[in-house]
Write a protein that binds this ligand. Sequence first.
Ligand SMILES: *Cc1c(COP(=O)(O)O)cnc(C)c1O
Length: 352
Amino acid sequence: MRNVMIFGTGINNEKMIDLRSDVVTKPGSEMLNCLVNAKVGNDGWKEDPSVNKFEKKIAILFGKESALITPSGTMANEIAIRLLCPRGSELIVERESHIYNYEVSGPAALSGVQMLPLKGKQGILKWEDILPNIRPKFHQFPQTRCISLEMPHNNGGGKICPINILKRISKEARKREINMHLDGARLFNACVETGITPKEYGKHFDLINICLSKSLGCPGGSVLIGDKELIQKALIIRRQFGGSMRQIAGYMAACGIYALDNNVKRLKEDHKNAKSLANIIKKCKKLKLLYEPETNIVVFRYKKLPPEKVCQILREKGILIAPYNYPDLRAVFHLDACNIEKINKIFTKLFY
Ligand SMILES: *Cc1c(COP(=O)(O)O)cnc(C)c1O
């Protein structure tokens, strides 16, 4: 059985340390202040000053001309696929990626695109994995028109793809007129870890999306970043997908501006905490660490008990984690889960 997730437990206990995901953060008082005081307008007409400011700010950060706020990362991904991969063509994705597993066949359903899933190592594909899967030009074959990479890779335990691998894929793809998309839901985690700028990552992709509601700590939203011509088309597709948001977009954007200024650098702390818990897990005889964490995600397994049981034991001690990629377990660090001493103590006590 794959990817059994136990979310939606109905638990919303402020006292719990919630490591199920980084989508659980709640806006703090400073972010809420920005939200309340935001100047807004109808973003459907591009008249929202906060949205316009945010989109410009993030586009510049990535060395691109333009950006577009969306209600979710899934919508940003699906708009990108619609724009970069024509109907009847093929999209190369990684087998464990978000697009392939958690978007309900969006590329097929919304854009008439066939996905070709390739298995990477911890979610990372190399050009050598991709090359033999590029379709030859022949009228009976679907044509490979886009490669979508995910980075850091969620199911790969937050793995970062080395920049030289990205560069190579992008260079070879462009030679063949294949478009490049990056599902960078947590890309800022990669940036603070590697020291590589968003602009440098941006060079290798036509469209990139970033989640505001994950490690950046906003209450919602995502953003699609690219050059003007593509983003102008993205505006039309967002409308068609029902993602035009009027004034609410401005409040999301105000949180986004705050997050870019205040919540990026601190991601290092989440990575430090993830490494710290990983070191404890390595010392716990009953547990097995699956990957050395590179960002904010720790994936591990309990050698004997079923994962649901492990979640229950931890829940009784005040920690929420979730089974992820059954029978593995996942702990995700974020700005509302920084009490690492307490977490480590509980893990040591329960599993040593
Ligand atoms: C969270 C996530 C998304 C977008 O998810 P939404 O729930 O639609 O915002 C896309 N890609 C990856 C890798 C993610 O982790």
